[in-house]
Design a protein around this ligand. Sequence first.
Ligand code: NDP
Length: 284
Amino acid sequence: MTARIIDGKALSDAVKTDVSERVQALKARGVTPGLAVVLVGEDPASQVYVRNKAAACEKAGLHSRVIRLDAGITEEALLDVVRELNADPAIHGILVQLPLPKHMNSARVIETIAAHKDVDGFHISNAGLLMTGQPLFRPCTPYGVMKMFEACNVALRGAEAVVVGASNIVGKPMAMLLLAAGATVTICNSKTRDLAAQTRRADVLVVATGKPGMITGDMIKPGAVVIDVGINRLPDGKLVGDVDFPSASQVAAAITPVPGGVGPMTIAMLLVNTLEAAERSLNA
Ligand code: NDP
């Protein structure tokens, strides 16, 4: 079997086109959706992500503000920046790019973002709303994966879904969204005893570990849908996922590539979350 490739680039373009149209409609009502991205320090990967997010906003007609802060800034000074953005009516979404420098408490910084502007969906009250089945903001990466399932007509109700990775930003919210869609969900982590036994049961397999190529074709159920969230840069500069694409694509029915899979969807869903925050502000 050679898997169908799920084209995240094409799907994200369709989402962005829809966002642009809704942005125009909102502008006609006097509101331009605004996203503030706060970047602390000079982490090269973070700089690329922030640049891409700002460019995507501009292209879709949203207003974006990038605030670059020195790596040595105090946590209190960063919190003041966040509080100012909370109070700024031109800003509907606030994103603090992670990871933060080691001297900062990321949880405290995220909790300082107003929950109704937390477009990453990482605030504890947004995590709680998702957990209790009444999401306000769905974290962008798992939200993008759900869009992929929808676009590819993947039947989730009653499906065996296995999520490998249990982080607060990908694995856990992914599991919650799959559960809400009616899947039977297993979450694996680094302590899982027999990972292959778990992954081989999966009709739907989502992998987010940051371990390049760790899921190989022999760990996949024939005909499964495989979503590779991982983005890993190898020493030779090549970008690869957490799934070994050559062997997995011989077994799966459908699979996302890296790059060009989940990555572009994450940015598209950030635009959706910001747009929806702006729409809600108008109705508030
Ligand atoms: P974290 O490091 O926060 O979490 C990794 C998770 O994987 C942990 O739960 C860890 O388990 C688990 N894990 C690690 N090794 C294994 C293993 N051998 N077997 C089973 N589980 C394992 O990573 P993130 O969730 O932040 O990111 C994961 C990957 O996704 C990275 O490559 C990252 O770059 C990428 N990413 C991609 C995005 C996109 O837009 N496409 C967005 C965000 C992330 P434990 O809990 O036991 O430590």
